[in-house]
Design a binder for this molecule. Structure first.
Ligand code: IPM
Ligand code: MG
Length: 333
């Protein structure tokens, strides 16, 4: 880290469309009135190719030293059946940085909801393996403290919003869901001003499609949150628009779009950079505590979307044309 007061941002482009959408995001960040130092590092497929692992040690060290990590996308058909896969790097970096609160805001006409996905437990990090008879297992594990800290965070967020919180779970079937209800009920007593209820996850998926405007904060465990956030995104503006912030107790957080690496359109220059740009907005707001700069970038993205969009939204703009227009909007402000 250098001696100046600049914010240090570690940038991981990753796989597929990742580097393309990240390029435009870096340009936009550099166009802001902000002192930042950006360092790019190999991650995912590029990490495997250069260092033999998706999260190479120098990349992890740089991330640990940074104020925030911007990440674009991981996953590649090339590694689908390989022992070492890009996605493992994502699980690894989330664990190493201790991020457990994954905020996935969804905005659309009449919709303003915040999915709060637990990111450190459940099936993703539980015991897993194969038995000699060929059976495979992934155990869904949660400690009360893991639920308590994310629930408190979700209630705090609700308090600053419309003061409504819905827990999505599979109560009646899963023991972990019963624990979630117990702990969330207990945390709820600290927030009497927030109206809390619980909903079965399959019903929550249906309600997200039918009437997403009914939700304010939607709290859920890791796997359910992964799925519900994609459902919520397509039910509103599309996955090309949906960002996320992964936060721990302190910096650095990880800021990444919820979409994948989209290998089918990688290299064509038509990927929508908006989800990554909105993730940069979340980085400025939650990761660096720069609300004015966050608003500036957010509004500039809104303004750019009025005049052009990429093919996933019915437009004809290329990724870099969108970036050009955005930089022009920022320069005019
Ligand atoms: C996401 C992604 C990841 C996840 C994958 C790439 C491991 O789908 O961030 O939603 O499941 O968490
Ligand atoms: Mg996902």
């Amino acid at each position: 880290m250098s001696a100046n007061n600049a914010f240090h941002i570690a940038v991981l482009g990753g796989d597929g469309i990742g580097p393309e959408v990240m390029r435009e995001t870096i340009r936009a960040l550099r166009a802001l009135p902000l002192d930042i130092e950006i360092e790019e590092h190999p991650f995912g497929g590029p990490g495997i190719r250069e260092f033999g692992e998706p999260l190479p040690a120098p990349t992890l060290e740089a991330c640990l030293r940074s104020d925030a990590v911007m990440l674009a996308a991981v996953g590649s058909p090339e590694y689908e059946r390989a022992e070492v896969r890009p996605e493992q790097g994502l699980l690894h970096i989330r664990r190493e940085l201790g991020v457990y609160a994954n905020l996935r805001p969804v905005r659309d006409d009449g919709v303003d909801l915040m999915i709060v996905r637990e990111l450190s437990g459940g099936l993703y990090y539980g015991r897993k393996g194969r038995l000699t008879d060929g059976m495979a297992f992934d155990i869904c594990e949660y400690h009360p403290w893991q639920i308590e800290r994310i629930a408190r965070r979700a209630f705090q967020l609700a308090r600053g919003r419309r003061k409504r919180l819905t827990l999505a779970d599979k109560h009646g079937v899963l023991e972990t869901s019963t624990l979630w209800r117990e702990v969330v009920d207990e945390v709820a007593t600290e927030f009497p001003d927030v109206e809390a209820d619980a909903m079965l996850v399959d019903n929550a998926a249906m309600q997200l499609v039918r009437d997403p405007g009914r939700f304010d904060v939607l709290l859920t465990e890791n796997t359910f949150g992964d799925i519900l956030s994609d459902v919520a995104a397509v039910a509103t503006g599309g996955v090309g628009l949906a960002p996320s912030a992964s936060l721990g107790e302190s910096r650095p957080g990880i800021f990444e779009p919820i979409h994948g690496s989209a290998p089918d359109i990688a290299g064509k220059g038509i990927a929508n950079p908006v989800a990554t740009l909105r993730s940069a907005v979340l980085m400025l707001r939650y990761g660096l505590e720069l609300p004015d700069e966050a608003r500036l970038l957010d509004e500039a993205v809104d303004e750019t979307l009025v005049t052009l969009s990429t093919p996933d939204l019915g437009g004809t703009a290329t990724t870099s044309e969108f970036g050009d227009a955005l930089v022009d909007v920022l320069a005019a402000r």
